[in-house]
Design a protein around this ligand. Structure first.
Ligand SMILES: *[C@@H]1O[C@H](CO)[C@@H](O)[C@H](O)[C@H]1NC(C)=O
Ligand SMILES: *[C@@H]1O[C@H](CO)[C@@H](O)[C@H](O)[C@H]1NC(C)=O
Ligand SMILES: *[C@@H]1O[C@H](CO)[C@@H](O)[C@H](O)[C@H]1NC(C)=O
Ligand SMILES: *[C@@H]1O[C@H](CO)[C@@H](O)[C@H](O)[C@H]1NC(C)=O
Ligand SMILES: *[C@@H]1O[C@H](CO)[C@@H](O)[C@H](O)[C@H]1NC(C)=O
Ligand SMILES: *[C@@H]1O[C@H](CO)[C@@H](O)[C@H](O)[C@H]1NC(C)=O
Ligand SMILES: *[C@@H]1O[C@H](CO)[C@@H](O)[C@H](O)[C@H]1NC(C)=O
Length: 328
C-alpha cells in the first residue's frame, strides 16, 4: 500500500478515476431514455430514411450505431453529440427530414449540391447552436421558413441555387445579429425588398440576392446600418426606379456592387459613391441608366474598378482614369 498521495497528485488521480468511470458507463451502462446520443442517432436515421440515396452513399457508409464515424458526421469528443453534418456534392435525392431539428448540438449543416427536394423544414429553427447553414445547389422549394429566425448564432446562411419562392422574410433577420453572409442568389423570390431588412444585422458583410424576381425600387433605407458591408448583389431582378443617391453613405467597407440586369432607370446619381473608398467592382450592365458617368467616380475609388455598362444609354466622356473599362 503506497503512502497517502501528496496534494499535487490528487487532481491527476481524480482525472484518472473520471476517465475510468466514463469508460465504464460507455461500455456497460444502457443508455437512459433521455440520452441525447440516441436522439442524434434517431435523427440521422430519419434523415437517411427519406432519401433515395441513388449512389448508396448512406446505405454503404451509415451502418452500425457508431454514428460519429459515419461519413459526413462529426461529433463533439466529450459528449458524442453530432456537431456537424457535411455531405457535399453527392446525390441524396429527397426531402430533408424534420427530425434533423432534434440534433440540438449541431453547429454546421452543409448539404451543398445533394439534390434535395421539398421545402426547408421549420424544425431546423430549433438548431440553436447552428452557425453555418448551407443548402446551396439543391431543388428546394416553397418559402423560407420564418423559424430560421430562431437561429440566433447563425453566421452563414446560404440557400442559393434552389427554387425558393415567396418574399424575402424580413422577420427571419431580426434576431440574426451574428450573421456575416447571406446568399439567396438564384431562387424565385419575389416582391419588394423590405426597407429595413438589414437593420438588425450589423456584422453582415456579404449579401447576395441576385437572380430572383425582386421588384419595386431599391429602398433608400436599406443600407443605413451597414458599416461592415463588403459586397452586395441585387443583379438579375426586376428592380426599377432610381438608385437612391445616398444609398452608400454608410458603407465604408464596400468593395463590390452588382446592380446589373435590372430595370433601373434615370441617371447614376452624382453623389452615389462619394463615401465609398474601397470599391473594386461595380456592375451596372443591362440596366436602363442614362446620362453621364459621374466624373468624380474614379477619384473616390483608388482601386481597380470597372463599370460594366455596355448596354446602358450612358453618354458623355468616359471619366479619365477608368482605364479598366476596356477590360470588359
Ligand atoms: C448514450 O448512449 C450512447 C450509445 O447509444 C453511449 O455511447 C453514451 O455513452 C450514452 N451517453 C450517456 C450520457 O448516457
Ligand atoms: C461511401 O461513400 C462514398 C462516397 O462518399 C462512396 O464512394 C462509397 O461507395 C461508399 N461506401 C460504400 C460501402 O457504399
Ligand atoms: C435528382 O433527383 C431526382 C429525383 O428526385 C432525379 O430524377 C435526378 O436525376 C437527380 N439529379 C441528379 C443530378 O442526381
Ligand atoms: C424528433 O423530431 C420529430 C419531428 O420533428 C418529432 O416527431 C420527434 O418526436 C422528435 N424526437 C425526439 C426524440 O425528440
Ligand atoms: C460547405 O460546402 C461547400 C461546398 O463544398 C464548401 O465550399 C464549404 O467550405 C463548406 N463549409 C463548411 C463550413 O463545411
Ligand atoms: C422560436 O423559438 C421560440 C422559443 O423556443 C418559440 O416560441 C417560437 O415559436 C420560435 N419561433 C418560430 C418562428 O419558430
Ligand atoms: C439614349 O439617350 C438619348 C438621349 O440622351 C435618346 O435620344 C435615345 O433615344 C436613347 N436611346 C435609347 C436606346 O434609349
Amino acid at each position: 500500500m503506497a503512502a497517502a498521495p501528496s496534494y499535487a497528485r490528487i487532481p491527476i488521480i481524480i482525472i484518472v478515476l473520471l476517465l475510468a468511470l466514463s469508460a465504464t458507463s460507455a461500455s456497460s451502462f444502457s443508455p437512459s431514455p433521455a440520452n441525447g446520443s440516441d436522439t442524434d442517432l434517431g435523427a440521422l436515421l430519419a434523415f437517411k430514411a427519406l432519401l433515395a440515396d441513388p449512389h448508396d452513399v448512406l446505405a454503404g457508409n451509415w451502418t452500425g450505431t457508431s454514428f460519429c464515424h459515419w461519413i459526413g458526421v462529426s461529433c463533439s469528443r466529450r459528449r458524442q453529440r453530432v456537431t456537424a453534418l457535411s455531405l457535399l456534392d453527392t446525390p441524396l435525392a429527397g426531402p430533408i427530414a424534420p427530425h434533423l431539428g432534434n440534433r440540438s448540438f449541431l453547429s454546421t449543416l452543409n448539404l451543398t449540391g445533394t439534390n434535395l427536394t421539398g421545402s426547408i423544414p421549420p424544425e431546423l429553427g430549433r438548431l440553436r447552436h447552428l452557425r453555418y447553414l448551407s443548402l446551396r445547389e439543391n431543388s428546394l422549394s416553397d418559402a423560407i421558413p420564418i423559424a430560421l429566425g430562431n437561429l440566433t448564432r447563425l453566421e452563414v446562411l446560404s440557400l442559393s441555387f434552389n427554387q425558393l419562392s415567396g418574399q424575402i422574410p424580413h422577420k427571419v433577420f431580426v434576431r440574426l445579429k451574428k450573421l456575416e453572409r447571406i446568399s439567396l442568389t438564384q431562387n424565385d423570390l419575389n416582391g419588394q425588398i423590405p426597407p429595413y431588412l438589414f437593420n438588425s444585422t450589423p456584422s453582415l458583410k456579404y449579401r447576395y440576392f441576385g437572380s430572383n424576381g425582386l421588384s419595386g425600387m431599391i429602398p433608400p433605407e436599406m443600407l443605413l446600418r451597414s458599416n461592415s458591408l463588403r459586397e452586395i448583389d441585387l443583379g438579375g431582378n426586376g428592380l426599377s426606379g432610381q438608385i437612391p443617391p445616398h444609398l452608400f453613405n454608410n458603407t465604408p467597407s464596400l468593395r463590390a456592387i452588382y446592380f446589373n440586369d435590372n430595370s433601373l432607370s434615370s441617371q447614376i446619381p452624382a453623389e452615389m459613391l462619394l463615401h465609398v473608398h474601397k470599391l473594386d467592382s461595380i456592375g451596372l450592365s443591362n440596366t436602363y441608366l442614362s446620362g453621364q458617368i459621374p466624373p468624380y467616380l474614379c477619384n473616390s475609388t483608388p482601386f481597380l474598378m470597372f463599370i460594366n455598362s455596355a448596354t446602358n444609354n450612358l453618354s458623355g466622356p468616359i471619366p479619365h482614369g477608368i482605364a479598366s473599362l476596356s477590360k470588359l
